[in-house]
Design a protein around this ligand. Structure first.
Ligand SMILES: Cc1cc2nc3c(=O)[nH]c(=O)nc-3n(C[C@H](O)[C@H](O)[C@H](O)COP(=O)(O)OP(=O)(O)OC[C@H]3O[C@@H](n4cnc5c(N)ncnc54)[C@H](O)[C@@H]3O)c2cc1C
Length: 478
């Protein structure tokens, strides 16, 4: 669909899922048509429905009056209906001999490439350093937000589409050269797995945040022993830091304190995640940044923190921070650092950006011939799964053209996100049905999923709130 004709929700979804049409199908109880439409752009509908920040909702016309359609929970209900059903795949037969594509990295970007390219008739080989596919969705995002069994169920299409997966294979220079000689095209989907550091005396005493979450997935018992009854500090204000805080609560920490150099209002983490963390007992200490860690006689960590205050807004609209020269100290058993991740791609000798992300053109081609790159490895902002999956859909069209010897048309997409000032007419008012969640006092005791399912009645009721707008030209808005 031409971008200009897209309804605001579809336009604001990086993968341009036709949400309006999906909701139309749901209203008519055509659930299979609805899920098929989602799957045109998204091979992991139940997993992504759970964790996506749903930018589609920000632009929903109802957001300006009585609350955006709860697309988040509608999509979970819809996708869960089909979780155990087999889909009929229509595989294109267009290449003879069949071309072989190598995908390095089995996160949402790599998994989606494998899906879209297999449907286009190519033979796909996926390599990953971890034993199982899933990337950060499996080894980062905690179980209580995305249960592993749901993700695994969705990745089952690897078998159905005969995608070849090799785990425990960290690609280095030697392996990369081998792959280059063997495959017709390579897609790098390696994410950003190197934890960022901060300048701090005694920084070797920090526990690496990404490793903390990964270890919970790999050896939960060991992590329970590490955290049980301990006082924990978590440094950072992103989703990873909040996931660590909430996971530490579930591992029975005595106290979990989040330390951030701005305030909660400036945190990059989702506001709903921050509020859930507060409800679960995480303590937030603001305007503090670590400068030094010393160990006492009992091996406890004394954290020295500089106190800041907020200043003028800087170029990206966030309040700047100003030193106050006040130093505070506090003792912890464990201090976890989660201030972001860098791309780890030493094996790749092509061009990189100054921040270490891999340089690409508008067709996702790197500076090396037949090597493409997508996902977290090409961006250091807006690192969310739906962006990685949107990249995958686009790159697959380019890789397909490349494999078929066609010219690659690399035009930059013009983001035409119109400001939506439409107002919902009062006679059409109906309040948003909120997410159902387990109570904080219960959910904080385990890693079970926190979202509770809706009934079909609730699902249909919320879908029926959709105004079916194309920028709201119908009579429902003024
Ligand atoms: C704790 C945490 C919570 C998050 N929460 C959310 C959320 O709620 N919602 C959301 O939308 N996004 C969230 N994200 C971000 C999201 O997970 C990423 O944007 C997304 O996973 C990026 O997909 P990707 O495929 O590019 O990279 P990844 O998912 O990181 O996958 C990269 C894969 O490449 C593999 N790999 C790396 N190097 C090599 C190598 N040399 N050889 C072989 N394999 C290699 C890795 O093992 C990994 O499997 C979160 C991230 C983290 C860390």
């Amino acid at each position: 669909m031409n971008e200009k004709k897209m309804p605001p929700c579809m336009l604001n979804c990086p993968a341009h899922i036709n949400i309006g049409e999906v909701l139309n199908f749901i209203k008519q109880k055509k659930f299979l048509d609805a899920i098929n439409l989602v799957k045109e752009n998204l091979p992991l509908p139940a997993s992504i429905a759970r964790i996506c920040p749903h930018p589609c909702e920000f632009k929903c016309t109802r957001n300006f009056k009585d609350g955006a359609i709860n697309i988040h929970q509608i999509r979970i209900f819809l996708a869960d209906m089909f979780l155990n059903k087999k889909f009929d795949f229509e595989i294109k037969e267009n290449v003879e001999p069949q071309k072989k594509v190598c995908v390095i990295g089995a996160g949402p970007a790599g998994i989606s490439c494998a899906y879209f390219l297999s449907l286009l008739g190519h033979k796909i080989f996926v390599f990953d350093q971890m034993s199982e596919p899933g990337g950060m969705l499996k080894y980062g995002v905690p179980e209580y937000r995305l249960p592993k069994k749901i993700l695994n169920r969705e990745i089952n299409f690897f078998d159905e589409l005969e995608i070849d997966f090799t785990g425990n294979m960290k690609v280095d220079k030697k392996k990369f050269n081998e792959l280059k000689n063997k495959f017709d095209a390579i897609i790098l989907a390696i994410g950003a797995w190197k934890a960022k550091k901060i300048k701090c005396v005694g920084e070797e005493n920090f526990y690496n945040g990404i490793e903390f979450l990964r270890n919970i997935k790999v050896n939960k018992k060991k992590m329970e022993e590490l955290v049980d009854g301990k006082k924990i500090a978590v440094i950072g204000g992103g989703n990873t830091a909040i996931d660590i805080c909430r996971s530490a609560i579930r591992l029975n920490a005595k106290e979990v304190i989040n330390i951030y150099r701005r305030t909660k209002n400036e945190m990059p983490a989702e506001i709903s995640e921050i509020n859930d963390a507060i409800d679960e007992g995480v303590i937030f200490k603001e305007l503090l940044s670590p400068t030094k860690i010393l160990l006492d006689d009992e091996n406890k960590k004394i954290l020295f923190m500089e106190k800041y205050k907020l200043g003028e807004k800087d170029f990206d609209g966030r309040a700047s921070i100003i030193k106050t020269n006040e130093i505070l100290t506090e003792k912890f058993d464990l201090i976890i650092l989660a201030v972001g991740q860098d791309v780890e791609a030493d094996f790749f000798e092509g061009e990189k950006n100054i921040d270490g992300t891999i340089k690409i053109n508008d067709c996702f081609e790197t500076s090396e011939k037949k090597i493409f790159c997508i996902g977290d490895a090409i961006r250091n902002k807006n690192r969310i799964a739906i962006n990685a999956i949107a990249d995958a859909k686009k790159v697959c069209e380019h890789v397909n053209n490349f494999l078929l010897g066609k010219e690659l048309i690399c035009k930059e997409e013009i983001a035409d996100v119109k400001k939506n000032n439409s107002q919902v007419k009062n006679k059409f008012r109906s309040e948003r049905l909120e997410m159902k969640k387990r109570k904080a006092c219960e959910r904080k005791k385990d890693f079970d999923e926190i979202i509770l399912p809706w009934s079909e009645k609730e699902f249909l009721q919320e879908a029926s709130r959709c105004l079916n707008c194309r920028g709201c030209k119908k009579n429902d808005c003024e």
